[in-house]
Design a binder for this molecule. Structure first.
Ligand code: ADP
Ligand code: ZN
Length: 627
């Protein structure tokens, strides 16, 4: 537990929320939702903030914590998250501590002794510890003015990460002599979860703020990739020494991809549930401390990872649902700087995921019907995820609509918005494909249908005498990939239907009769492939020199950034904290642009508060002066 010497801000009545924001966190303005929530809390009202990852939920309770007289108790589910937050606060000059199972009994006793002496303004605690005698003894004599519940969806059985300990929270608050203000935060916005939070946590007359789910600094892209390894290597190399996460759906692919990257000289680490605890922890640490730039992992990695300078999240496989995708992709760009979310899609992904869903162990306490209902829900989610990979419309709009938001116009910052598409009339093609499916009595999958239409002489086609069909060889002039794309579109349009079997079968969809109409028009968007496609070209070249996140930097500024970054790493080593806790990428970028010459000027840089200025200001100025 880090205990620096700093003054207690609540003694200083001059401090208001803006001063706190600037002095401790180095920011000039609040982000959407923050100020409202803070004002309500300061006026004594309970609040619930539903905000996407990276929106800045912590500031919402940390600023009031510093303005209120007493102590703030923060309930948080994850050890790594607590540790990160507490080091950030200590770096910023705020006294904070955490109490969880990563500490020895001795350390816990010491933390409580300190807490009783009034050392800490903010105490993080795991929910399971709320009803321990030691903690209850402490709160009996302490003045708790605010209780903050982080990751509040953990209280709900509907959510993905139900945590029984969260049920302790309401009874705990009731035991307190004086009811503190309560605030709860989550990024999960479903109705059930929200109602559970309001009700089970016992918030009283709460102010609820839901901010938009859009993350404007994220660029979304889908790429249909045949050779995913080659594509991954190209992508990672293009991003130079930027930090990134690569998500794979299986442990095997984690191993393979990591090995491939390392063999090509890239500093990659791996993480999955099949590895020992020690190795996993070491690899995670290497990534967090920027020792390794790339983390290759299954979805076991990431919960509670606060690393703010992740510049890209690359999905090597399509995840099982948009919920999973947005959560994982959302780990990019938490510092608000531009970052990329790239998904490599291959048709095999659908099959693999289907198998994963089917073989998912059913929970013992569920009935057969319930298990079946969950399976169906998962299949529906998988279909929606698959459509995301197939759509030619704005990807951001697709995501926002999926999460129930209204959208207006296209975003201009996703791979579909930045690609020129041409509309093709595919009505005639559709008729031939539907006829073929009909001729083989809706009993085969896409491969066979495409084979027949292209006049393939493959064994399975000839042995079934499909070469005698009327539709055999009627579309030989089309590439296999084009026909597959057309079939995908027809599935979208409900003209065809693909079963959920292990070997999916193509059948006629509910709307196939539309084709009987002489005026029918079915259209498909496809990429224009000629050289003029400058928009896509410039995007795919956005690698080394003009990395998206620092696209505003000139070459000289970029060199300066690299020097500041090296200094940051050096300081991080000395202080034993992750580099992004010293200063975020965004802060370094701002330094390169403003080039402050004095400590006073340095204070204008985004993310430089008084405490950090005092600690590091001189050293960064020195580097800047040599520019
Ligand atoms: P969340 O918990 O909502 O995912 P965090 O609280 O971790 O998000 O904040 C994400 C990042 O945004 C952090 O680096 C934080 O310092 C930064 N941040 C928060 N509020 C502001 C603000 N008002 N101005 C600039 N940066 C901010
Ligand atoms: Zn878009």
């Amino acid at each position: 537990m880090n205990q620096n010497q700093h003054h207690n801000p609540s003694n200083d009545k001059q401090h208001d929320k803006y001063t706190i924001l600037k002095q401790y966190f180095g920011y000039d303005a609040f982000r959407e939702g923050q100020e409202e929530l803070i004002d309500r809390m300061l006026s004594g009202q309970d609040v619930l903030g539903i905000m996407p990852t990276g929106a800045g939920k912590s500031i919402c309770y940390q600023v009031p914590a510093l303005l209120l007289d007493g102590i703030t108790v923060v309930i948080s589910p994850l050890i790594s998250l607590m540790k990160d937050q507490v080091s950030s606060l200590n770096q910023a000059g705020v006294h904070a501590a955490y109490i969880n199972s990563s500490l020895t009994e001795n350390q816990i006793a010491k933390a409580f002794d300190n807490a009783e002496k009034g050392t800490y303004k903010i105490i993080y605690i795991a929910p399971e510890r709320l009803d321990t005698p030691r903690f209850l003894h402490f709160v009996e004599n302490a003045r708790i003015s605010l209780v903050a519940v982080d990751e509040a969806h953990c209280v709900s059985q509907w959510g993905q990460d139900f945590r029984p300990g969260y049920l302790n929270i309401a009874p705990f608050v009731e035991k307190l002599k004086k009811r503190p203000v309560m605030c709860a935060f989550t990024a999960t916005a479903t109705k059930e979860v929200k109602e559970d939070i309001l009700c089970i946590l016992g918030l009283s007359n709460p102010y609820v703020k839901v901010t938009g789910f859009d993350r404007k600094n994220l660029y979304f892209a889908v790429k249909h990739a045949k050779d995913k390894k080659a594509e991954t290597l190209r992508y990672v190399s293009e991003h130079g020494n930027q930090c990134g996460i690569i998500y794979c759906s299986t442990r095997n692919s984690v191993e393979e991809v990591c090995e491939m990257l390392c063999a090509n000289g890239i500093a990659a680490a791996k993480y999955h549930a099949g590895m020992g605890n020690a190795e996993r922890a070491a690899n995670q640490e290497d990534f967090i401390y920027d020792v390794k730039t790339v983390m290759v992992a299954t979805n076991a990695f990431g919960m509670g990872i606060d690393k703010s300078n992740v510049r890209y999240v690359l999905h090597y496989n399509m995840p099982q649902s948009m919920e999973n995708y947005y959560q994982e992709a959302g780990r990019a760009g938490r510092d608000g700087e531009n970052a990329e979310c790239m998904l490599l899609y291959g048709p095999k992904d659908v099959v693999t995921n289907r198998l994963l869903i089917e073989n998912k162990e059913s929970k013992k306490e569920l009935t057969r019907e319930e298990t079946e209902a969950i399976r169906e829900r998962d299949m529906k989610r998988l279909r929606d995820m698959t459509y995301y990979c197939a759509t030619k419309d704005c990807l951001r709009n697709y995501i926002l609509k999926y999460f129930g938001e209204n959208v207006h116009g296209e975003c201009g910052n996703c791979s579909n918005c930045l690609t020129d598409y041409e509309q093709h009339d595919i009505t005639e093609l559709a008729r031939k494909i539907v006829n073929c499916v009909y001729e083989i009595r809706q009993r085969f999958g896409i491969n066979i249908v495409v084979g027949i239409l292209r006049g393939s002489k493959a064994e399975r086609i000839l042995s079934n005498h499909f070469d005698k069909l009327k539709t055999y060889g009627t579309l030989t002039e089309y590439a296999e990939s084009t026909l597959r794309q057309v079939i995908d579109t027809l599935i979208w349009e409900n003209i065809l239907y693909q079963t959920d079997d292990d070997y999916p079968i193509l059948k006629l969809g509910s709307d196939y009769l539309r084709l009987k109409d002489n005026d029918a028009h079915i259209c498909m968007k496809s990429e224009i492939r000629h050289a003029k496609n400058t928009k896509t070209v410039s995007k795919s070249l956005s690698g080394k020199n003009t990395t998206l996140s620092r696209s505003n930097l000139t070459d000289t500024q970029y060199q300066c950034f690299e020097k500041l970054r090296a200094l940051r790493t050096e300081i991080a080593r000395e202080e034993h904290v992750p580099p992004y806790i010293v200063f975020s990428d965004k802060t370094l970028v701002d330094m390169c642009i403003r080039l402050p010459k004095t400590l006073q000027e340095m204070l204008n840089v985004n993310g430089v508060g008084e405490n950090k200025l005092e600690k590091y200001g001189e050293r960064f100025l020195e580097v800047l002066q040599n520019q």
